[in-house]
Ligand binder design. Structure first.
Ligand SMILES: CC(=O)SCCNC(=O)CCNC(=O)[C@H](O)C(C)(C)COP(=O)(O)OP(=O)(O)OC[C@H]1O[C@@H](n2cnc3c(N)ncnc32)[C@H](O)[C@@H]1OP(=O)(O)O
Length: 421
C-alpha cells in the first residue's frame, strides 16, 4: 500500500499505512477510544486480536500516533439463490475525536473500496454504529434484525406435529462448540445475508465474560436431537428475579439455530416454558422468525425492528450476476455511483431463478437508481417498489419497476445477519 496524505491546510497531514502486528495494541486502543474508551474483557480483546485481518487493515497515522483505523474481513456471504459470494466485511472503523470531520474516514473508505475492487470481491458489507455514516459511500441498508420482549406468562406457543419427537438436552457450551458450528454451517446456504464462518469465528458465539452478563447466568446451551443427530441448539442466559408477588425471571436468548421446523419449534417451546421466568428477550433475529407464527398473542411480544447489515456493490456487474432472481428480469439499470465511478452508467441485467448476466449497455434505461439503492435491494429484503415510493428509484419504462421488484425478492425469506463483526 502506498501512503497518502489527508487533512486540511494548516493541520499536520495524516498518512494511511498498513497495520503491522507490532502496532496492533496502539491501533486497537485508538479504535476503542473512538467508541468511548471502555476496555474490553481480556478474552474478547484476545479474540479480536486473533481475528484481525492484518493484511487487509490499515491505520491513519499522524507521525507516530494512530488517529484512524479500518479493516476488512474476507467473508463469504450467502446471496439470493444460495451462492456463497466473496464479500469484504468492513470492520473496526474509528477516527480519533481530535481528528474527526476532516476527511480521515473518507480517505480510509476511498482506499478500502479501491483495495476491495483490486481483490476482486464484488461486495462490501458492514454493520454501522450509526445509520447516517455509510450511505454517502454507497452502502444501502439491506437486512434487519427483529427484537422482541415476549410475555411468556401470557403468550402460548403452539408447535407443529412432530415436535414431540425432538429430544432436548443440556450440554456444556464449550464442549459442543463444534457440533453447534456444524448445525450453523447447514443453515448458512438457506438464507441470504448469512456468513460462512471460518475457523476461529465460532468463539464469538460463546464469549461469556462475567462483566457482560448483567446479573444473568453464564451462557447455557441446549441441544435438539432427532434420531440421534443434533439438529439444533439454543444458547441463552437466565436472569432470576423475585418480587413480593413471586418469581419474575427473564430468559435472554443469545443464539438459536436449527435445520428443520420441528427442532426449531422444540427449542422455542423450551425457551418459552422455563420455570420461574415470565419473559423471553430476543435480539437480532430474522424478521420472519418462525416463532411469530406459533404464538397465541403477537401483540404481547413487543416487536421492534433495527437495521443490521449494509451492503455495497463494489462491482455492479459481478454482484448482480452472483445472485439469482426469483422471477425473470430483463431490465436496463442506469446506476449512479459518484464514489466508485467504475460502476456508473447503464447495465443490462437479465436473469431468472437459474442465473443471470449483467453487462454495460448503451440501450435506453428502464430504471434509474444509485448504487446505494441497489445495495439495499440486493439481498431481497428491501423492495425496489418501496424505494420507488420514497422517490429513490425512478421507473423509466412502464412495467419495469414491478418486473425488477418481484425478481429481486428473496424466495428463501428475509435476509439475516446472525451476528455482528
Ligand atoms: C463498520 C464500523 O466499524 S462502524 C463504526 C464507525 N465508528 C464509530 O462510530 C466510532 C466513533 N466515530 C468515529 O470514529 C468517527 O466520527 C467516524 C468514523 C464515524 C467518522 O470519521 P470522520 O473522519 O470524522 O469522517 P469524515 O470527516 O471523513 O466525514 C465524511 C462525511 O461524513 C459525515 N459524517 C461522519 N461521521 C458522521 C456521523 N457519525 N453522522 C453523520 N454524518 C457523519 C461528515 O459530516 C462528512 O460529511 P460531508 O462530506 O458532508 O462533510
Amino acid at each position: 500500500m502506498t501512503t497518502e496524505a489527508t487533512g486540511r491546510t494548516g493541520l499536520p497531514a495524516t498518512e494511511l499505512r498498513p497495520l503491522r502486528r507490532d502496532d496492533w495494541d496502539d491501533w486497537y486502543d485508538t479504535l476503542l477510544r473512538a467508541f468511548g474508551g471502555v476496555g474490553e474483557p481480556a478474552e474478547e480483546r484476545a479474540l479480536w486480536r486473533d481475528l484481525t485481518p492484518y493484511e487487509r487493515s490499515f491505520g491513519a497515522w499522524e507521525g507516530a500516533e494512530p488517529v484512524g483505523t479500518a479493516g476488512a474481513f474476507d467473508f463469504r456471504l450467502t446471496v439470493p439463490g444460495g451462492a456463497s459470494v466473496p464479500a469484504a466485511g468492513v470492520t473496526m472503523v474509528g477516527v480519533a475525536a481530535t481528528h474527526r470531520r476532516r476527511g480521515v474516514l473518507t480517505s480510509m473508505m476511498r482506499r478500502q473500496l479501491d483495495d476491495i475492487r483490486t481483490w476482486g470481491e464484488p461486495l462490501a458489507v458492514l454493520t454501522a454504529s450509526e445509520p447516517a455514516i455509510y450511505g454517502r459511500f454507497g452502502y444501502g441498508s439491506a437486512a434487519f434484525g427483529l427484537h422482541a420482549e415476549i410475555d411468556t406468562s401470557r403468550v402460548r406457543l403452539s408447535v407443529p406435529a412432530g415436535t414431540d419427537d425432538v429430544r432436548l438436552r443440556y450440554a456444556g457450551t464449550g464442549a459442543v462448540l463444534d457440533v453447534c458450528e456444524a448445525v450453523y454451517a447447514r443453515t448458512v446456504p438457506l438464507r441470504a445475508g448469512m456468513l460462512a464462518r471460518r475457523p476461529g469465528w465460532e468463539r464469538l458465539g460463546v464469549l461469556d465474560p462475567e462483566s457482560e452478563r448483567g446479573g444473568a447466568s453464564p451462557l447455557q446451551c441446549v441441544l435438539a436431537e432427532r434420531d440421534g443427530e443434533v439438529t439444533g441448539y439454543a444458547r441463552f442466559r437466565v436472569k432470576p428475579r423475585w418480587t413480593d408477588a413471586g418469581h419474575d425471571g427473564e430468559v435472554l436468548l443469545a443464539d438459536l439455530a436449527a435445520v428443520d421446523a420441528v427442532s426449531e419449534a422444540a427449542l422455542w417451546r423450551f425457551l418459552f416454558g422455563i420455570d420461574l421466568t415470565t419473559s423471553l428477550k430476543v435480539r437480532g433475529r430474522p424478521l420472519d422468525d418462525a416463532w411469530q407464527h406459533l404464538v397465541s398473542d403477537v401483540r404481547r411480544c413487543e416487536l421492534r425492528v433495527r437495521d443490521s447489515l449494509y451492503v455495497r456493490l463494489v462491482d455492479v456487474g459481478a454482484a448482480l450476476e452472483a445472485r439469482t432472481y426469483q422471477a425473470p428480469v430483463d431490465v436496463v439499470l442506469d446506476v449512479e455511483d459518484s464514489f466508485c465511478p467504475w460502476n456508473a452508467g447503464r447495465w443490462r441485467l437479465s436473469g431468472d431463478a437459474k442465473g443471470a448476466s449483467c453487462s454495460p449497455t448503451t440501450d435506453a434505461a428502464d430504471l434509474g437508481l444509485s448504487v446505494r439503492e441497489l445495495g439495499a435491494a440486493y439481498l431481497g429484503g428491501v423492495s425496489l417498489a418501496s424505494l420507488a415510493r420514497a422517490g429513490r428509484v425512478r421507473e423509466l419504462r412502464p412495467g419495469a419497476l414491478a418486473e425488477a421488484s418481484v425478481g429481486f425478492g428473496a424466495a428463501s425469506g428475509e435476509p439475516w445477519l446472525p451476528h455482528g463483526f
